[in-house]
Ligand binder design. Structure first.
Ligand SMILES: Nc1ncnc2c1ncn2[C@@H]1O[C@H](COP(=O)(O)OP(=O)(O)O)[C@@H](O)[C@H]1O
Ligand SMILES: [Mg+2]
Length: 435
């Protein structure tokens, strides 16, 4: 029998998950669907479609792969996860979106970077408030707080800080990373949830205090959450993954006083290794992804499924701040509908814009339903990406080594990262230690 559909896997160091996917897809494909590791050299811009679907586990760490995937998408390859949205997303944006969708998020503040690339001087940064009102920032988040990158994964550069002085010590080590400061949730329970195909959800009790990637973090207890909490977590997971359009993701919740606070839901290449998540979860997620692959392959494919045109033509779809927000959500929700036929930019005309607006209206009502569903539970207003390659140890409950080794005195001129320009200190003179 001839092969009709091809599935490619783009992977990092992980072994068991991609191998299991290839075996199970090939077994179920019976010669009509074939899965293999993608092999790449120089990529020509006129290269035709090689794969019907690619599962991407590593492009967040290899820009060449990301560029290849966008190109493949243009040829109609369906990519899990959408490389356009993954490139555009960040944690601060998605926390903000989540609050609008009625999902509880810890109070979070985006911080100006500590350092900047070469060539950026204090003159380049005239838009920045100086000195920064650190006291107001920690008054909002409270202490302790978590400082973490606005676009990170794999527990890298995540630290808990207990005082303003500790926050400054850690902040001084963050270089050019853009960080967020977030209310620390003294959680009673903690769960990590796989979400596959924006529908299938597996809630995994998770103990973040155990060593990262040790295999001891995941606990098997289907009754860990009360039925009400499990229902709310399941709904929140779907709300987030549908709004963001991720086909494969994990959502982490720190649960306090019955409220599940979503703290991390930008994990479009979540850990699924046997040794790390255990046999039960490894098998579950492998089977769920295989189901997703066959489902996506069976969907009608005449039209490419990506909405970069909406990014280029956003003005025609928004007419006020409220509707702008809704359009952002709508365009994400719409990604799952994926109904617009991409056209060359020069051919954009009023009727295309009108078509886009109509679709946005449609998607808006879909999102409104989501919001309505969330509101039913009265939760509105409540307070890795997971690096497949990441081996960093957790620092969430303690400052990084560099900070630990510090003398406790605030360095006046923190060392700038090599290749980076030091910004004028954003420290507030009013809030120096002891002041
Ligand atoms: N607001 C928070 N409250 C309590 N613990 C947190 C909070 N944010 C992060 N953590 C802890 O730090 C870990 C890593 O942070 P996370 O936001 O998941 O970053 P990453 O994307 O690197 O996994 C989490 O698994 C959790 O244990
Ligand atoms: Mg995480």
């Amino acid at each position: 029998m001839s092969i009709v559909k091809r599935v490619g896997l783009l992977v990092g160091r992980e072994k068991t998950f991609p191998q299991a996917l290839i075996e199970r897809i090939n077994a179920q494909g019976k010669g009509e669907v074939s899965a293999e590791f993608v092999k790449l050299g120089g990529v020509r811009l006129d290269e035709g479609r090689r794969y019907d679907l690619i599962i991407d586990r590593i492009s967040h760490e290899v820009p060449f792969y990301r560029a290849f995937l966008k190109r493949a998408a243009l040829e109609g390859t369906y990519v899990v996860n959408n490389p356009f949205w993954w490139s555009a997303d960040d944690k601060f944006f998605n926390y903000s979106l989540a609050t609008k969708l009625g999902v509880a998020i810890p109070k979070t503040v985006l911080l100006p970077q500590k350092d900047y690339i070469d060539g950026i001087t204090s003159e380049s940064l005239r838009n920045l408030e100086f000195p920064l009102d650190w006291q107001a920032i920690v008054d909002h988040t409270g202490l302790p707080a978590i400082i973490k990158p606005f676009d990170g994964g794999g527990w890298k550069n995540v630290s808990r800080v207990d005082s303003l002085e500790e926050l400054w010590r850690v902040y001084d080590t963050t270089g050019t990373l853009c960080m967020t400061l977030q209310e620390f949730i003294h959680f009673d329970q903690f769960v990590r949830c796989y979400c596959v195909g924006q529908e299938e959800v597996m809630i995994m009790p998770y103990d973040p205090r155990q060593p990262y990637l040790s295999g001891e973090q995941y606990i098997n207890d289907p009754n860990y959450l009360s039925p009400e909490l499990a229902a709310r977590v399941t709904r929140d997971v779907r709300t987030l993954c549908r709004a963001l359009g991720y086909d494969l993701n994990t959502v982490e919740f720190a649960i306090k006083d019955g409220v599940p606070y979503a703290i991390d839901f930008m994990n479009p290449a979540p850990d699924a290794e046997l040794a790390s998540v255990g046999e039960f979860y490894h098998n579950w997620v492998t089977d769920a992804v295989v189901r997703l692959v066959f489902k996506r392959l069976a969907e009608p494919r005449e039209q490419p499924r990506y909405r970069w045109d909406a990014l280029l033509d956003s003005a025609s779809t928004a007419s006020g701040s409220g509707s702008q927000v809704m359009s952002a959500v709508a365009s994400a929700a719409e990604q799952s509908q994926r109904t617009i036929i991409p056209q060359p930019v020069r051919e954009f005309t009023a009727d295309v814009a009108a078509g886009a607006s109509a679709l946005v209206e449609e998607a808006k009502s879909a999102v409104a339903n989501l919001i309505g569903a969330a509101d039913d539970d009265g939760q509105a207003g409540a307070a890795p990406r997971e690096g497949a390659e990441s081996t960093a140890q957790p620092q969430a409950n303690e400052p990084p080594k560099s900070a630990r080794g510090a003398t406790g005195k605030l360095p006046r001129t923190p060392a700038a990262k090599k290749g980076a320009t030091k910004a004028p200190s954003l420290r507030d003179k009013k809030t120096t230690p002891g002041a």
